[in-house]
Structure formats: structure tokens, C-alpha cells
Design a protein around this ligand. Structure first.
Ligand code: ARG
Length: 467
């Protein structure tokens, strides 16, 4: 039997392998809500423009509402021989409303239909993800208020560099996530134009009103060029780029959680809710969620790459390649949502170990820069020279096996005779972090101020804002 949607030109049915490669319903059924909303807006506009009868428009809208109810109730029968979500909805609609159903496709094509549905889906996903990122920022900022003064080692080259505070470290991620939200929001602005009414590629002779359908669907305006309307997917590329960057940020925090929770670091303990045990090693508590978040960045980036390659070299206008835009986009946005939610749960639940962090922060001469700075400030040495003297003092401490604040004054004076006991006032990790009051620095007072400002910006209820 030939297809009921284009049977006029066809005598035979597609090969089953053709149906297998061609049908997209298993993927694009996720667009049902957007598809029905766009069809409703189209039907309403056709009626108002007198392109179809007002009674038919009413029947179509009521019928579409019924299709929506069936899908949400789980009673809708999705069928592969109706290829995709558009044909599945339209043919069921026609079963429900009869003749009027056959008028819905006037002045439109599946090409502008899918471009519209997909934009609406990506827009919804961006809005959902924005809320999920904000929730993670809030969790991080809340923990930063608590840990604004909790000293930990800061690293460069993963070698102990200078003491910082745990709150400061957490707020670094709040900043990254804020730029992620900015990237999504920026892409959303460009995305928010309606392709509907571009029809197959060239527009339509019917007196459609693209401005009204754009407004009905929450778009800022109709897209200005019908060829562009049906054939570009840059909005999805932008969303997946933003998603990739965000997933990379999460993977970095995931990696830090993995080593922070190891016995060797022991900076942080994850809750039972976000760890697993081992089937053989009874003592194990594994940070699986953090590891999986680290891994999932690969899937998001893979989706972006896959979409870029679908688009590369594709001539205008619609090509069937474009059908393969959805699977990677759905996968990336859903993976990112999952990673964000899991990370938020872990951050809320984790227990930092201030003693372990402080002990680690004191290792490896982490206050050597403070010593060099003291030589500059108090003795007026040029920084390069102070750096040199400090290096020699560190070598002496290392030879004696002590930290800088335990090194006898005489040893220091052997390198620079003007050093006085006052130097010990800058060599503790607490004094080190307290002194870093430069804008954006790790001083606990700075961190507390920043963390509170973030809570305010994120709209945390004032009761949840520790004083
Ligand atoms: N399922 C198709 C897609 O996702 C809808 C558009 C089909 N258009 C066409 N001319 N065959 O891209």
C-alpha cells in the first residue's frame, strides 16, 4: 500500500529497510508538545486569515487538544509508517476531526514545521537548563558562605601553590556557571525567531500572517528569509556549544571531587546518597556520580561534533540530513541536565574536612610567596631578589624537614641578615589567606562578601542567607 500522505505519486510501499532508515518517530516523538502548539497557532491563523473556514479552524484546534490528551495519557499509537511526529499527529487528527484535518497543511510544509518545533524544543531546554544551572550556583554559594574561611591548598601544576579557601574555590565555579548561563541566554535571543510560514523553502502564495503565528508561539518575530528558515540549525549548534562548555566546567569539578575524596587527599566526604560501594572491597566508597559527570562531557561534546558534521557542506535548502539534528541535540541537553542535577545533589550533601585541608595547605612551603612579599614590603628588596632569597630559605627548611614557620630565625638570617622575628607573622596559612584582600582574592572577608552577593543575585530566600 502506498503512503496516505503522498500516495498520489506512488504505487508501491517503501522497502522495510527504507522505513528503518527514514522513520524518525522514535526520536522526534519528543517534539509532540511543540508540534501540537505550532499546529494550533497555524490553524488559528489560517482561520483568521480566511484561508480555511472558521469552523474548520475550531475543529482543528479542538482535535489537536484531543491528540495532546491522548499522547499525554499514553493512549496514542505512534506508528513508524507515518514516519515522524508531524505525520503521526496530522493523521490521528484527521481520524478525529475528519475532512477539516486535511486542510491543516495548507500554506506550510514539514520543513518549516520541523524547524519551528525544534526551535521551540531547544528554547524550552535552554530555559530548563538555566534553572538547573542556577540551582547548582545556589548550592555552591550556600556552601561558600559556610566555608569562606576554610583554608585549603591552592594548586598550580597540581603542586601545592598558595593557601586559598574552600569557599573561594567553590565560588570560582559559580562564576564559570554564570558565564554558561550567559552563553545560553545569548543563543536564546538569536534562536527566538519563527521559521513557521517559510513553507517548503520559498514561502507560500496563501495570505498567511507569519507575525501572528510568531507571537502566538512566543517568538520575537518571523525569520526574514524562507530558505534560511528551513535549513539552518545554528541555534542548536549554539546551544550545544554552550552545553559543551558547561559540561567541561562540570567535568573539572567532577575530577576535583574524585581526588578530593581519595584517602590521600581526604578533603571532602560525599554522602551515601551520591556514592556507591564495591562488590568485592568492603571498605570502598566510590564517587561514581562525579566520575560519570566527568565522562558525560564527552557525550555532550560528541553531540556537538556530530551536529556540526551533519551541517557541514549541506547545500540550501532543506536536506534530509537535517533529520539527524535531533538525536544529538536531545542527547546533549538531557545529559547536561542530568549532570547538573547530580552535581547539585553532591555539592549540597558533601562534608568538607577542614583539618585535612588545613594540614595539606601547610605542606610544601605554601607560604613561601608570603615570605618573599615580606622581604619586598619590609626590607624593600626587589621582588626578583626576594624570590631568590626565599628559594634558598626554602631549601634550608627542606633540608631540616620543617615548614617555613618552624624554621629557626638564625637559618633565615644566614640568607638575609636583616630578617627579623616579625616575618613569622606572615608565614601561617591563615595570615596568608587573610592578607589576600586584593579584588577577587581569597581573603575570607572577600569570599564571604562575594558568596552573600551571589545568594542575593540568585534570589535565595533571606532566611537561607547566613549572616
Ligand atoms: N522528519 C523530518 C525531519 O526531522 C521532517 C521534515 C521532512 N521533510 C521532508 N521534506 N521530507 O527533518
Amino acid at each position: 500500500m502506498s503512503n496516505s500522505m503522498w500516495g498520489g505519486r506512488f504505487a508501491g510501499a517503501p522497502a522495510s529497510i527504507m522505513e528503518e532508515i527514514n522513520a524518525s518517530i522514535d526520536v522526534d516523538r519528543k517534539l509532540y508538545r511543540q508540534d501540537i502548539a505550532a499546529s494550533r497557532a497555524h490553524a488559528d491563523m489560517l482561520g483568521r486569515q480566511g484561508i480555511i473556514g472558521a469552523d474548520d479552524a475550531e475543529k482543528l484546534k479542538a482535535g489537536l487538544d484531543e491528540v495532546l490528551r491522548e499522547i499525554e495519557a499514553g493512549t496514542f499509537n505512534f506508528s513508524r509508517d507515518r514516519e515522524d511526529i508531524h505525520l503521526n499527529v496530522e493523521s490521528r487528527l484527521t481520524e478525529i476531526v475528519g475532512e477539516a484535518g486535511k486542510r491543516l497543511h495548507t500554506g506550510r510544509s514539514r520543513n518549516d514545521q520541523v524547524a519551528t518545533d525544534f526551535r521551540l524544543w531547544v528554547r524550552d531546554a535552554i530555559d530548563r537548563i538555566d534553572g538547573e544551572i542556577a540551582a547548582l550556583q545556589l548550592a555552591l554559594a550556600e556552601r561558600a558562605v559556610e566555608t569562606a574561611g576554610m583554608v585549603m591548598p591552592g594548586f598550580t601544576h597540581l603542586q601545592t601553590a598558595q593557601p586559598v579557601t574552600f569557599g573561594h574555590h567553590l565560588l570560582a565555579y559559580v562564576e564559570m556557571l554564570s558565564r554558561d548561563r550567559g552563553r545560553f541566554a545569548d543563543g536564546r535571543k538569536r534562536l527566538n525567531e519563527s521559521p513557521l510560514g517559510s513553507a517548503a523553502l520559498a514561502g507560500t502564495p496563501f495570505p498567511i500572517d507569519r507575525h501572528s503565528t510568531a507571537t502566538a508561539l512566543g517568538f520575537d518575530r518571523p525569520m526574514a528569509n524562507s530558505l534560511d528558515g528551513v535549513s539552518d540549525r545554528d541555534f542548536a549548534v549554539e546551544a550545544l556549544s554552550a552545553a559543551s562548555i558547561c559540561a567541561i566546567h562540570l567535568s573539572r569539578l567532577g575530577e576535583e571531587l574524585v581526588f578530593w575524596t581519595s584517602a590521600q587527599f581526604g578533603f571532602v566526604r560525599l554522602s551515601d546518597a551520591f556514592t556507591t560501594g564495591s562488590s568485592i572491597m568492603p571498605q570502598k566508597r566510590n564517587p561514581d556520580a562525579a566520575e560519570l559527570i566527568r565522562a558525560k562531557a564527552g557525550r555532550v561534546i560528541g553531540s556537538l561534533t556530530s551536529l556540526l558534521i551533519v551541517l557541514k557542506g549541506l547545500p540550501l535548502a532543506y536536506q534530509k540530513d537535517l533529520q539527524d539534528d535531533k538525536a544529538p541535540t536531545f542527547e546533549a541537553m538531557e545529559t547536561l541536565s542530568l549532570s547538573l542535577s547530580a552535581m547539585t545533589g553532591m555539592i549540597r550533601d558533601l562534608t568538607p574536612d577542614p583539618d585535612r585541608m588545613r594540614a595539606a595547605a601547610s605542606l610544601a612551603f605554601s607560604t613561601a610567596t608570603d615570605l618573599a612579599d615580606w622581604l619586598v614590603r619590609v626590607l624593600g628588596l626587589p621582588f626578583r631578589e626576594a624570590h631568590h632569597v626565599t628559594g634558598r630559605i626554602v631549601a634550608r627548611a627542606e633540608a631540616r624537614g620543617v615548614t617555613l614557620d618552624r624554621l629557626p630565625l638564625a637559618d633565615m638570617q644566614a640568607e638575609e641578615k636583616r630578617i627579623t622575628a616579625d616575618v613569622f607573622s606572615v608565614l601561617s596559612v591563615d595570615r596568608s589567606v587573610e592578607s589576600r584582600q586584593s579584588f577577587g582574592g581569597t581573603a575570607p572577608a572577600n569570599v564571604l562578601r562575594e558568596a552573600r552577593a551571589w545568594l542575593e543575585r540568585l534570589g535565595a530566600p533571606s532566611t537561607a542567607r547566613p549572616k
